[in-house]
Design a protein around this ligand. Structure first.
Ligand code: ITT
Ligand code: NA
Length: 199
């Protein structure tokens, strides 16, 4: 069965292929870029779950295939949960990961380590063409560094140090990150749902 990955984020796509393959999913995974005629989905929700469902439904409806979507971001305690759902456009330009990270670091420059708690959040949604939907969430708790470190991953990975780790997410191997990440947790929880509803 074809399963649409309702995302255009290359970092997410790489991680999702590994996470879903490790979980034993054998579906043909096709990214949204295979459907250039389908317009970008407006993320008008106010939660990760709402935005993930919007993206999954839009691709399922437009393609006629089941679709899974990821809405995710970095939530900083001292900023009241920001950037949160605005993580991909925090600096103004959608998808410019380095600019978003640089702006966030500048905003937190006066905040010392005990007050730099943050977490990654991920909502994983499944939608079927008939409108059936499910969504599950995962989190990765940690602390923000003052300077970026590491070259793996994407987005804010070089500044989030997971709880119990001495390395940032960008210093973990991809397999190490997927084993503990918000995305790994959410999509491993979604796999039995896919098996039940898609087959
Ligand atoms: P799609 O909507 O096409 O999936 P997007 O990049 O716009 O792509 P989001 O709206 O969910 O997706 O924004 C997610 C942002 O949150 C992403 O651009 C990163 O800045 C950040 N983010 C999410 N997961 C992350 C991770 O595992 N590591 C680092 N940063 C992450
Ligand atoms: Na979003």
């Amino acid at each position: 069965t074809r399963l649409i990955l309702a995302t255009r984020n290359a970092g997410k796509i790489t991680e999702l292929h590994a996470i879903l393959a490790d979980a034993g999913l054998t579906h043909e995974l096709v990214g949204a870029d295979a459907y250039p005629e389908i317009p970008d989905v407006k993320e008008t929700g106010v939660t990760f779950a709402e935005n993930a469902l919007l993206k999954a439904h839009a691709l399922a409806r437009a393609t006629g295939h089941p679709a899974i979507a990821d809405d995710s971001g970095l939530c900083v305690d001292v900023l009241g949960g920001a950037p949160g759902i605005f993580s991909a456009r925090w600096s103004g330009t959608h998808g410019d990961d380095p600019a978003n990270l640089a702006l966030l670091l500048a905003q937190l420059s006066d905040i010392d380590t005990p007050h730099r708690a943050a977490h990654f959040a991920c909502a994983a949604a499944l939608a079927l063409p008939d409108g059936t939907e499910r969504v599950v969430e995962g989190r990765l708790l940690g602390t923000l560094r003052h300077t970026p470190s590491g070259t793996h991953g994407f987005g804010y990975d070089p500044i989030l140090q997971p709880e119990g780790e001495t390395r940032t997410c960008a210093e973990l191997t991809p397999a190490e990150k997927n084993a503990i990440s918000h995305r790994g947790l959410a999509f491993r929880a979604l796999v039995p749902v896919v098996r039940e509803l898609v087959g």
